[in-house]
Design a protein around this ligand. Structure first.
Ligand code: GUN
Length: 249
C-alpha cells in the first residue's frame, strides 16, 4: 500500500506488486491520496487485517506528515506483517524466535551466505543504526554467531573500526561514504545505500560504498543498483509465502 506520490516509493511498490504477480501471488497495489488522514489509513489497515483472503500487508514508508508511521505499523496484524516492522516481530527477531524478519536485513544475510564463507566468529561491522536496516542486520548477524559492532554518526574513528571488519554492512544513506581505505583486504562488503546523485546533469544511483575503488580491496562486494535491492523483494515474497502457510497451518 502506498499513500501519496513519493517517486521512489512509486517505483518500489510497483516492483513489489509486479514480482508478486510474476510468481503467481496476488499482488495488489493500493494507492491512496497524499491527503489521506491517519484515521482513514488505520481503517484501511483494519479492513485488510480482517480480510481472510489477504496474507500480507505492506505499507510503504515514508508516509505523509499527518500520519504517524508508528501507529500504522502497530495496527498491522503481526501475522500479516510481511515487512517485519511490528514490535511483536521486532521482539521475536531479537529473541531469535521464528518470525517474519525484515526484508532488507534478511536479504543482506542471504548475500553474505552466498559467499560460502561462515559467518560464525567473524567480526561484522554494521554502519548505521536504523530500525529497518542497521539494528535488525546486527541482530541477525549476532544470531549467526558473528562478533558485531554497530557504528553510527557519533562513532569515534569509524574508519579504523570499519578496517577491522571481515564483514562490512554499509547502511548510512550517504553516497560513497565508505572508501577503499576503510576496507580490510578480502572483506565481504554489502552496500545497502540507495542515494540519488546528479552526475553531469543526469540522475544516477549511488550506494554508500565507493564501488570502483572498494572492489579492488574487497573479496566480495555488492553493486548498487542490483545488489541488495532485488534481495529485499525476494525476501518480501518469501515472507508472504511464510505468512500464508502459517495462517493456514
Ligand atoms: N521504505 C524503505 N524501505 C522500506 C521497506 O522495506 N518497507 C517499507 N514498507 N517501506 C520502506
Amino acid at each position: 500500500m502506498r499513500v501519496g506520490s513519493d517517486p521512489a516509493s512509486e517505483v518500489y511498490v510497483r516492483n513489489k506488486a509486479k514480482k508478486a504477480r510474476e510468481l503467481g501471488l496476488e499482488g495488489t497495489e493500493l494507492i491512496h491520496p497524499e491527503t489521506m488522514s491517519e484515521a482513514e489509513l488505520l481503517a484501511e489497515v483494519e479492513r485488510l487485517n480482517r480480510d481472510d483472503d489477504v496474507d500480507g500487508i505492506l505499507v510503504q514508508l515514508p508516509l505523509p506528515k499527518q500520519i504517524d508511521p508508528m501507529k500504522v505499523i502497530d495496527a498491522i496484524d503481526p501475522a500479516k506483517d510481511v515487512d517485519g516492522f511490528h514490535p511483536i516481530n521486532v521482539g521475536m527477531l531479537h529473541l531469535g524466535r521464528p518470525s517474519l524478519a525484515p526484508c532488507t536485513p534478511a536479504g543482506v544475510i542471504r548475500l553474505i551466505e552466498s559467499t560460502g564463507q561462515p559467518i560464525e566468529g567473524k567480526h561484522a561491522v554494521v554502519i548505521g543504526r536504523s530500525d529497518i536496516v542497521g539494528k535488525p542486520v546486527a541482530a541477525l548477524l549476532l544470531q549467526r554467531h558473528a562478533t558485531v559492532t554497530i557504528c553510527h554518526s557519533r562513532t569515534r574513528d569509524l574508519a579504523a573500526i570499519a578496517r577491522e571488519a571481515d564483514v562490512l554492512v554499509a547502511a548510512i544513506g550517504k553516497a560513497r561514504f565508505v572508501t577503499a581505505d576503510m576496507i580490510k583486504p578480502s572483506a565481504i562488503v554489502i552496500d545497502v545505500g540507495i542515494n540519488r546523485l546528479i552526475v553531469d546533469g543526469a540522475g544516477k544511483l549511488a550506494g554508500d560504498v565507493d564501488f570502483n575503488a572498494a572492489s579492488e580491496v574487497a573479496g566480495w562486494i555488492t553493486p548498487v543498483p542490483g545488489g541488495v535491492g532485488p534481495m529485499t523483494i525476494a525476501m518480501l515474497m518469501k515472507n508472504t509465502v511464510t505468512a500464508a502457510e502459517r495462517r493456514r497451518a
